[in-house]
Design a binder for this molecule. Sequence first.
Ligand SMILES: Nc1ncnc2c1ncn2[C@@H]1O[C@H](COP(=O)(O)OP(=O)(O)OP(=O)(O)O)[C@@H](O)[C@H]1O
Length: 317
Amino acid sequence: MTTTQPVIEIDHLRKSYGAKRAVVDVSLSVEEGEIFGILGPNGSGKTTTVECVSGLRHRDGGSVRVLGADPQTHRDAVRAQVGVQLQEAELPAKLTVREALALYASFYPDPADWRELVDVLGLGTSLGTRFGKLSGGQQQRLSIALALVGNPRIAILDELTTGLDPAARRETWDLVESVRDRGVTVVLVTHFMQEAERLCDRLAVIDAGEVVAIDTPGGLVERLDTRQELRFRPSRPFDDALLTDLDPVDSLLRRGGEVHVSGSGDVLGAVVTALARAGIVAEGLRVQQPSLDDAFLAMVGHAAAATATGTTPKEQS
Ligand SMILES: Nc1ncnc2c1ncn2[C@@H]1O[C@H](COP(=O)(O)OP(=O)(O)OP(=O)(O)O)[C@@H](O)[C@H]1O
């Protein structure tokens, strides 16, 4: 990514539904050409945030600028530049893929050639198929095509892969990358850690309506305490003190023939050096590094993150 021009700027956004404070304080900016992720547990305010960006909802406070315009007061201008694929977007079951594309293209002053989109998105053989007969994966492809048919500069994709099997999810990730490669800035709302890690240049982590961190996936992981765990089988017995006396080492456990050492800082360097000096080889040495999952758990807490890891796919409500 070479450009650093913000195309979306959100400053202290607030939005409540009656007494429910859905977005409490969200500030972020999205740069041109990036895939920007909004990651958070269910109900954390992600969809409300992107709805305020796309002009589908009125905010209560704060400011939003999309390509310099306020989506609330310049809704048509913003909607001509922003393609939105929203969660649970349902089309009439009898509408064919071709009809849906032609209809959506007619809404825009300068639409993309939908025939080309169909090729890129692999919908060519489904043009005559009715929406109600498409598989989940094909429906997602169509919803991406519909988000792009207006030739937008920004595409907002909300929970794109929820409900897809792993193969279809991976295919959809490739599609999102191809969208970015066409020069479109992508805002990706997700609660799947793996998806965020694979696709996003930067991420905002949102919890209970507030931004808790904005960084690259790698940067979020680095914010964690740099705790490491090493596991190995020593080539000969040794006293725990050989390693527990080392500054970076906090604890040592023995499990079967394996030694587990954890600590922070340069645990690996300290342990390997001490073992080498004692003439011990660390066989099968493995280092456990923190993951984006761990970073997310640390930021939004256990209960929320259990859903966010995607181990239990969320039911759409
Ligand atoms: N139209 C609405 N009326 C009342 N409450 C709403 C409405 N839309 C959302 N909410 C509530 O606002 C909060 C934030 O919802 P929102 O959909 O923005 O979060 P989200 O992070 O996108 O969640 P999810 O991942 O479940 O879609 C939730 O508690 C939700 O129940």
